[in-house]
Design a protein around this ligand. Structure first.
Ligand code: UDP
Ligand code: UDP
Length: 459
């Protein structure tokens, strides 16, 4: 905590689109407030999902000291075939509109001490930062390992003979090589909206004062060391692990699924969720249901049939069948809609997590020491899954492939769930990860000290 007589720094936080990007920024905002900082949250006027707008409103109501600035995004008119994913379109729109923030940020009162922004808006923010002489820091919402890959992407795409789908491994200096299967396909095409945007934004990374990553030193020690000793890129600012950035206190929650968990034996329930924006095909959802049934385990399963929450109208009966729902009634709970994942992972009845490995889900299970069955489906998820596997937090079945490569059958799923829930050694290793995660964020821990050091520099 800063001594009360020192002036408080004023920090603007600029996340990109989607809950995976917004959540760590809101948590960081809450952490900064608790350390006497003034905080301005900057968001696009319209969000893609209801989850984003609901969480922003709730956060502002429960953190009345936070100032909120909204900006219009310029709509994307593009014939680019990659412009189909509404989140991707919004990443791009935010990125191309961020220059509009100049007048808003220059007139902030008290004047800003720093801007903390997502990598996807770095290019515009770097210009504003240079013009207004306000330092900027990056906040990275994915793993240090995936960050290393993104930082190296401009080098990789400049040599297409060595970076294409027919190679076996991607070499990045200082790191264990990446298998080509873990590289998201869009990144193999430099004209893809996402790849192009990452490449453009990576160019200004050296101008940042620091790169904060929502990870912890123990979890990704080798990668963080490689980034900081100049092996990955020679001109990087310090890479600073500040995580797992913790959830802020929510209202008392009496949701039926939490009450149901209260009635289940300790560590008996497998929690199944693929994050805020990953939908499986209806056939795969049904196989997963039979797999859960076959495993004989208790389960809490969040079903999602569309990328964007407001479009998700499918009923559970028509999707899974009434007889399935009746059969599992005493052993499982199936929900649609938003759940409080942090509370579920912290609940004593939760003994395992089937996860797509969005990075927030990985860091949340690390913090709670919950073993994971990794089922990555797209984006950075496979790289993240490898990180958690290496740290001893979970298992993965590589033959399941990514996304829609093939239908994974219920027999395979059931078997793997039993493996997850019955492995005492895995449970102990995951517990150890949880202890290390909590050590890093408690007072005097590596992540806690790192964030305090940044705040003190800005004071
Ligand atoms: N989340 C949640 N309830 C839900 C779905 C998601 O609390 O029903 C949270 C989850 O705990 C995490 C974030 O939303 O903090 C999702 O981010 P992640 O990186 O795991 O995956 P993404 O949704 O970006 O694919
Ligand atoms: N990404 C990120 N943080 C950043 C910049 C990029 O998470 O600061 C990456 C992310 O790792 C992912 C991509 O942007 O690879 C988004 O792709 P996708 O929508 O497939 O993944 P998701 O956001 O659901 O993890």
């Amino acid at each position: 905590m800063l001594p009360s007589h020192t002036p408080s720094p004023h920090i603007a936080l600029i996340p990109s689109a989607g809950m995976g990007h917004l959540t760590p920024f809101l948590r960081l905002a809450s952490l900064l407030l608790s350390r006497n900082c003034n905080v301005t949250l900057v968001t696009a006027k319209s969000t893609v999902s209801n989850a984003e707008s609901d969480h922003i409103s709730f956060f502002l109501t429960t953190h009345p000291r936070v100032k909120h600035l909204e900006f219009d995004v310029i709509p994307l008119h593009s014939s680019n075939p990659s412009a189909q994913d509404p989140f991707l379109i919004q990443y791009n729109a935010i990125s191309r509109s961020a220059h509009l923030l100049h007048p808003l940020l220059s007139s902030s009162s008290p004047p800003l001490s720093a801007i903390f922004c997502d990598l996807l808006v770095a290019k515009s923010v770097a210009r504003i930062s240079a013009d207004l002489r306000i330092p900027y820091y990056l906040v990275i919402t994915t793993s240090a390992r995936f960050l290393s890959f993104m930082l190296h992407l401009p080098v990789l795409v400049s040599n297409p003979d060595k970076f294409n789908s027919s190679i076996v491994q991607v070499e990045i200096p200082g790191l264990t090589p990446f298998s080509i299967a873990s590289i998201p396909l869009p990144f193999l095409n430099p004209n893809h909206l996402l790849a192009a945007s990452i490449i453009a934004n990576v160019g200004v990374v050296p101008e940042a004062k620091g790169i904060m990553v929502n990870t912890f030193d123990w979890f990704e020690a080798e990668t963080i060391a490689a980034l900081n000793n100049g092996k990955v890129l020679s001109n990087l600012p310090p890479v600073i692990p500040i995580g797992p950035v913790q959830a802020y206190e929510l209202q008392k929650d009496q949701s039926p699924y939490l009450l149901w968990l209260d009635d289940q034996p300790e560590k008996s329930v497998v929690y199944v969720s693929f994050g805020s924006r990953t939908a499986m095909s209806n056939d795969q959802i049904r196989e997963l249901g039979y797999g859960l049934d076959k495993s004989g385990c208790r389960f809490l399963w969040v079903v999602k049939t569309t990328k964007v929450d407001k479009e998700d109208k499918a009923g559970l009966e028509e999707l899974l069948g009434e007889s399935f729902l009746e059969r599992i009634e005493n052993r499982g709970m199936v929900v649609k809609g938003w759940v409080n994942q942090d509370k579920i992972l912290a609940h004593p009845a939760t003994g395992g997590f089937i996860s797509h490995c969005g990075w927030n889900s990985v860091t949340e299970s690390a913090e709670r020491g919950v073993p994971v069955l990794a089922w990555p489906l797209h984006g950075d998820q496979r790289v993240n899954a490898e990180v958690l596997q290496k740290a001893g937090l979970g298992i993965m079945e590589k033959t399941w492939g990514m996304g829609t490569e093939r239908l994974v059958k219920h027999e395979e799923i059931g078997k793997k769930i039993v493996e997850l829930m019955d492995d005492a050694e895995l449970r102990n290793r995951a517990k150890k990860v949880g202890e290390e995660a909590r050590k890093s964020t408690e007072l005097g821990g590596s992540s806690d000290e790192a964030i305090m050091e940044i705040i003190e520099k800005l004071t």
